[in-house]
Design a protein around this ligand. Sequence first.
Ligand code: S3P
Length: 160
Amino acid sequence: MKIFLIGFMGCGKSTKAKQLANRLACEVVDLDAVMVAQEGKSIAEYFAEHGEAAFRKLEQETLKNYPYPETCVIATGGGLPCFFDNMEWMNANGKTIYLKMTPPQLVSRLHNREKRPLLKGMDDEQLLAFIETKLAERNTFYNQAQLVVNAFDLDIEELL
Ligand code: S3P
């Protein structure tokens, strides 16, 4: 079984994927990290050199072509479910879990903004406004997940 963790930047997908994989004694796949290793550059560098449209294509190809082990937990990038048919594909090929948080909760967790090209240079007020708008758009996709959980203070045992 493949378990895809989805949700906005800062909701804890990578950390929760590691914890869940650890508890399930299976592998963890972090799709952003896969692209970084494969391209030999950070996501911020990739955006700066090739632009967002090229990144979204690469992201889709990586999602669909990665040689996943039979059982694994997959951390996805925050925008991945919202492009092409990625959400549909994940629902058809595994279990999807939306790690949901409110905009103020996300702001309180997004300290390292420089590594995230979409958030670069924003102060707290700008970030809150950006998240409110973006999350309203993205929730249409995120809410297609098979399981929606309140991810703030989420206990891994409860998630299991
Ligand atoms: C993005 C989220 C990032 C990364 C890229 C774009 C987004 O992943 O894929 O910077 O569009 O929300 P994280 O959610 O792991 O930060």
